[in-house]
Design a protein around this ligand. Structure first.
Ligand code: CAO
Length: 426
């Protein structure tokens, strides 16, 4: 057994290329030729394979790191001797990353006339091979939903997309494009004062595609309401750890998640997905995995808290903190962004009253939560100070009617109301 260092091979003239995926873990057995990381330059992405077989002992890189030829990726214990490098793999890699035509590299200057802007093919994560495959089939890769990490599009995604006949979206995109060409920005921003040009972070660019797809495909309606959570808040603030005697720090979101799940059980159409209206299918989920929008320095991420129906609020609260931290540290697995029932977008810790959240496609509804506040409410012939929680439910009007949405919100209100919050907690 010898210890072998696997380094970034020859990648042409490229330096400081970003790692967008780490495909292996410490302790994993890998074979020669297995992909270990994916590198992406401005216009192309390429997987770096291992030159040797063995067990990974030290993984030295993370997603987001920038690397150049010769940088250490990982160390393995290998039966191989450590001297035979696969020249063929290395040459292919250098060619792949070199395939980026010079003329389509990132423009240095903001182009003031939108007529000149290319399609955004650089926004989608896909290997050059998959891009070519989509192009050959006459499909725009930008409108294909990717199933891999961070929305990466695979060859299977392209095939699935075509077999579902989703190409009709392309027509809409064509219309969008032609509209775009009629808009002309007459002046440079810099003509009005000092400006700074920056790249839009990758996660924001990827999220943009999903948000745009959802907003353009789903007819959204948003139902707003205020829920009296006075007793729930009193109860939440009274919770104490029996062992330490200290106050338990439980986010209101844990109660809201439980209340949402109880409402989903009563209104299964909210726990469903439609992938393509034209195939006439709706998928009802028998599980209760709630997505929670997490604000991170890199942009918004929506991991799922699984089986909320089977967990108590203390556990949910802890799990939410941990998962949110993983997102902020970019240490979350891609699968955690998939397979949700419904999403909650909470701005409660920040502020605001109501907003219009965008549905997390292919789900059919999303619950927006804003900052609770105290108000005078007329109850039992007198004004009383109560704690109110503003909620905003956006729903897919193709599948959910307004009356059903109002009933769903009433159910959430009852679930968070007097006595019921206590039941949710246990
Ligand atoms: N009203 C008032 N206060 C609230 C509240 C509400 N509805 N919800 C939470 N809070 C309080 C919490 O109790 C906490 O108070 P303490 O510090 O006194 O304990 C404080 O606000 C901060 O909460 P938090 O944000 O750290 O935790 P959370 O459980 O409320 O939310 C998470 C977790 C991950 C949802 C949150 O950190 C976050 O990222 N929110 C932003 C989501 C977002 O950007 N949505 C928009 C998507 S659409 O673009």
């Amino acid at each position: 057994m010898s210890k072998i260092e696997i380094k970034v091979p020859n990648i042409g003239d490229y330096k400081d290329v970003e790692i967008i995926e780490v495909l292996v873990k410490n302790g994993q057995d890998i074979s020669k030729g297995d992909p270990i990381i994916t590198l992406e330059s401005d216009k192309s992405s390429v997987e770096v394979p291992s030159d040797y077989s063995g067990k990974i002992t030290k993984l030295k890189v993370n997603v987001g790191d920038k690397v150049s030829e010769g940088d250490l990726i990982l160390e393995i214990d290998s039966k191989d001797t450590g001297i035979k490098k696969d020249k063929k793999l290395e040459n292919n890699l250098s060619e792949d990353i070199d395939k980026i035509p010079k003329e389509i590299q990132k423009p240095k200057k903001i182009i003031s006339n939108i007529q000149n802007i290319n399609t955004n093919s650089d926004l989608v994560l896909a290997s050059p091979k998959v891009r070519k495959f989509a192009r050959e089939l006459g499909t725009d890769i930008n409108i294909i939903p990717g199933t891999e990490r961070l929305g990466r599009v695979t060859e299977d995604d392209v095939k699935r997309f075509i077999s579902h006949g989703l190409n009709q979206n392309q027509t809409t995109k064509e219309v969008d494009k032609s509209k775009k060409t009629t808009v002309k920005i007459e002046y440079e921003h810099s003509e009005f004062g000092e400006i700074e040009e920056k790249d839009i972070p990758r996660i924001k660019r990827l999220a943009a595609l999903h948000l745009k797809n959802s907003y353009n495909t789903i007819p959204h309606v948003t139902h707003h309401d205020e829920i009296d959570i006075t007793e729930m808040e009193e109860f939440r603030n009274s919770l104490i750890d029996h062992y330490t005697g200290e106050k338990l720090k439980i986010t209101p979101l844990a109660f809201i998640m439980k209340a949402l799940v109880a409402a989903l059980k009563k209104f299964p159409s909210f726990n469903s997905s439609i992938e393509d209206m034209s195939d006439g299918k709706i998928y009802y989920k028998k599980y209760y995995h709630i997505g929670v929008a997490v604000d991170t320095p890199n942009g918004l991420m929506v991991p799922k808290i699984r089986e909320v129906d089977k967990k108590n609020i203390n556990y949910i609260s802890k799990e939410l903190r941990e998962v949110a931290q993983k997102c902020r540290d970019l240490k979350i697995d891609k699968k955690e962004f998939y397979g949700g029932s419904m999403t909650i977008s909470s701005l409660g810790g920040i502020g605001g009253s109501f907003f219009t959240p965008i549905i997390n496609y292919p789900e059919v509804a999303i619950l927006g939560v804003s900052k609770l506040n105290k108000k005078q409410i007329y109850i039992d012939n007198q004004f009383k100070v109560r704690t109110l929680l503003p909620i905003s439910l956006s729903y897919d009007h193709r599948i959910i009617d307004g009356a059903e949405a109002a009933r769903f919100c009433n159910e959430i209100r009852d679930n968070l109301g007097k006595n019921f919050a206590f039941k949710l907690a246990i």
